[in-house]
Design a protein around this ligand. Structure first.
Ligand code: LLP
Length: 462
């Protein structure tokens, strides 16, 4: 079978493969055509086994490495990547806590029966109602993201008769991208407080009887491949821990380094994507060295990965509606497309409403024909959606069999994170359902929307 048919296990869920006789893509042991017949198109598919295995592997790698250096690590799943009651339950069962960023995400975690003590609550503008709800529910940690929040959380905790554990989010001045990181003394963004405010603000937190300051938090970015950014950020925070220990009269017990571990969206990226075991080892070494240098005891660690757990577990299935060949000669096609005479635009029944990432971030994805393998000569394709925007692109460029035609099913890999969660109803397109597959079984975990439901939101005058 040619590369244009290949299901790369470094990009597609680890259990995805083509059936030997039918040539069809099978997800969790189920044929793509069967999934579409049962649940409709387009369809988000999440491989439960892969999501659970990744959650457990990441938790065990981090906990193992931090145990090696003599401390502990807690792992929280960042629900913003993709959250519903079922996924929250999987994460709790795999021994992870959950990080929520709104009252809505908190409601999902609580509905799933996640132990409130294992929930962290983030947000740069939590409402008073959200804060009160979190405190009353017994949420383990609230992450303070502004000076105003100190008094708000302290008052809510006092009113509830609780001593609320809190972390302070610090803007370490480190911002990591996929391949590089940028370290400045200040970073121009909305999250956290600058390093030079930390001493005073922690003092203010510590003065409240109803607050229990447990440590600093820092999240340096997302889709990170190199560990340099974590190194610099940890070094800066650990430096502060030395000063804080003196001021507070004892060591700061915990340090949360956030999430952000990158994944491979394409086979080309797969050669560079970090493996979690070596990232965990490096992170533990970075923290051990930093604490030794600063002469402070090791804090307990916490991490909040989202994408690296759920991203590779997801695939979106679409049905092809139309195709259109566009000549590239005389266009401003980029170098990577040199040598191709034309680009085949393949339009599917979804688009930027179910995956906004290419439009928002110029994100790359990989696509394969899902309902069959084909020996046809490969073609340069761009998979586009059905929305009224030329930026409505699902896959910028890939090479698949050139006989792709209306009625074919396409599978776009690694859509588990930040696709459903960033989805919209642009052009009144209903959101697709989410189906979990595992061991040859498929079940609905998030219902799709119907046009009637969307229409019902319009207020129709009598
Ligand atoms: N913790 C905090 C405080 C965060 O802000 C985030 C992500 C995470 C953890 C999880 O990061 P992850 O491990 O998933 O990279 N919509 C963008 C990503 C936004 C990330 C926002 N914060 C995207 O689709 O690439």
């Amino acid at each position: 079978m040619s590369a244009a048919n290949e299901i790369d296990p470094r990009v597609f869920p680890a259990t995805a493969r083509r059936g030997r006789s039918c040539g069809q893509l099978k997800l969790g042991g189920i044929r793509a055509t069967e999934l579409i017949e049962r649940f409709g198109s387009p369809l988000y598919v999440v491989d439960e086994q892969v999501a659970r295995d990744r959650a457990r592997a990441i938790r065990e790698a981090l906990q193992g490495e931090f145990r090696r250096i003599g401390t502990e690590a807690a792992v929280y799943y960042a629900g913003k990547a993709f959250f519903c009651v079922e996924v929250a339950r999987w994460m709790a069962e795999e021994g992870l806590g959950v990080d929520v960023a709104s009252g809505g995400e908190l409601a999902v975690a609580l509905a799933a029966g996640v132990d409130p003590a294992r929930i962290g609550f983030h947000g740069n503008n939590k409402s008073e109602a959200e804060i009160a709800r979190a405190v009353v529910a017994g949420v383990g940690t609230l992450i303070i993201d502004s000076e105003q929040e100190i008094e708000r959380i302290a008052a809510a905790a006092a009113a509830a008769g609780r001593r609320q554990r809190v972390r302070l989010r610090i803007n370490s001045g480190v911002h990591a991208g996929t391949h590089d990181f940028l370290a400045t003394s200040h970073e121009d963004q909305k999250f956290g407080l600058p390093m030079d405010r930390a001493m005073e603000v922690v003092g203010r937190i510590a003065a409240h009887e109803s607050l229990d300051f447990v440590g600093l938090h820092c999240h340096i970015g997302s889709q990170i491949f190199a560990t340099d950014g974590f190194r610099e950020s940890a070094r800066r925070l650990i430096g502060l821990y030395g000063e804080l220990a003196e001021a507070l009269g004892g060591p700061v017990p915990e340090l949360n380094l956030g999430g952000g571990f990158g994944i491979a969206y394409t086979s080309a990226q797969a050669d560079e994507a970090p493996d979690i075991a070596s990232v965990a080892r490096e992170l533990a070494d970075i923290v051990a060295e930093g604490c030794a240098e600063a002469g402070i005891p090791l804090p307990r660690l916490a991490f909040e990965p989202g994408r690296s757990i759920i991203g590779p577990a997801g695939v979106t299935l679409y049905t092809v509606g139309t195709t259109k060949a566009v000549a590239l000669a005389g266009t401003d096609a980029v170098n990577a497309d040199a040598g191709w005479a034309e680009r085949l635009y393949v339009s599917v029944d979804g688009g930027m409403s179910d995956n906004a990432r290419p439009a928002l971030y110029g994100a790359d994805y990989q696509v394969r024909i899902a309902n069959r393998a084909s020996d046809a000569a490969p073609a340069l394709v761009r998979v586009v959606g059905k929305h009224c925007e030329s930026g409505d692109i699902v896959v910028q460029r890939d090479v698949i069999p050139g006989d792709v035609a209306p009625g074919d099913l396409l599978a776009v890999a690694a859509t588990g994170a930040y696709c459903w969660s960033l989805s919209s109803n642009y052009n009144y397109v209903p959101r697709p359902p989410v189906v979990a597959v595992r061991d040859g079984e498929a079940r609905l975990i998030v219902r799709g929307e119907t046009e009637d439901e969307l229409l019902a939101r319009s207020v129709i005058p009598d």
